[in-house]
Design a binder for this molecule. Sequence first.
Ligand code: FE2
Ligand code: FE2
Length: 368
Amino acid sequence: MVRNVHPSRARASRRTFLRQGLAVGAGTLGAGLLATGAPITAQAASGGLTRGDAAILRFLSAAEILETDLWQQYNELGGVQDEEVPGGSGSTAYIEALQVLDGDMPQYIHDNTEDEFTHFTFINAYLVAHGVDPVNLDRFRTLPGSTATGAQHIGRLTNLMELTVDTSWWTRYRSRTKNPDFGDTFPQAVPGLSEGKFPAIPRSDDDLSPPKHIQAIANTAGFHFAFIEQGGTSLYPSLAQRVTHREVLRILLSIGPTETAHFQTWQDKAGNAPALTDPTNGLVFPDLNAPPFGGEDFQTNLIMPEPTIFLSRKFPPVSIIRPTNTEGAAMGAARALTADGLFIGQSPEFFRVLHDLAEQADAARHGT
Ligand SMILES: [Fe+2]
Ligand SMILES: [Fe+2]
């Protein structure tokens, strides 16, 4: 969830957002009223939550529901299916390709999936306890999922089969002189993934071969895992700066770092993705330890955040999460997920609900 929305543009962005949504959305209009995207009234936000706190928690609940949906798809085919994370039966060829990155990938995928489920379930329960409507996106579970052996045949919220993965988080956390909160941009670790559309799960059993093709799909997943979790890593501290009640702050400060724990793990595993060219589509995973890559910005074992500029250049460099600017944070997250291709095929109504939830979260201010 790289956030690049300038605050002055965030408010006027609805049309652009809808247009982009319409451009990528090929689904039908969702039925039903706009229950989850409706503005939160002062009455609805009674019970101890301010309107702003409720709006922030509702956007986070939606983001966690979307995360859960995509992680569930990964777990069905590449994770461990059990009573904690039921559904699916695994794809042997996909799992073997994921295990090239780390033998424990199925367990890590399972655990990340379970965490996301608990995130939205907890936030929704907390909202209900304070008299606020929980977020429910079930009416948008309309996207077809993978037909590969091992996947459930159910409607999905997210699309993992046409991704355009921004891999600039790789260099963003390695830079010693730049910070996205200062307007800086960062080179891609896998330039090919940031252009075009690629599957991160086998779309069908036809994707299980040739070996370099299924490995490229697993590599794509490896980089996508970190892209998703670095987004949460920034989103929580960005929104925490806007909450009012100490307990809501505690929630954000307690969930957010688990996203960081995920990100750190996935960054390490992405570095193990083997260099290769997918013979079916030409997608290149470069050797990040050799020219023209390599060095401090690309070397695969440099997975700790490098110290960089923060708040003002007058201060010494410090190792931090980046970005954490709070202006337009929710809309930036929604835009980044949209640009990722996760919502290709979703209905205009879906984009409207997501936009409204983000807009209300971004309108929240401490004390409101
Ligand atoms: Fe989460
Ligand atoms: Fe997450």
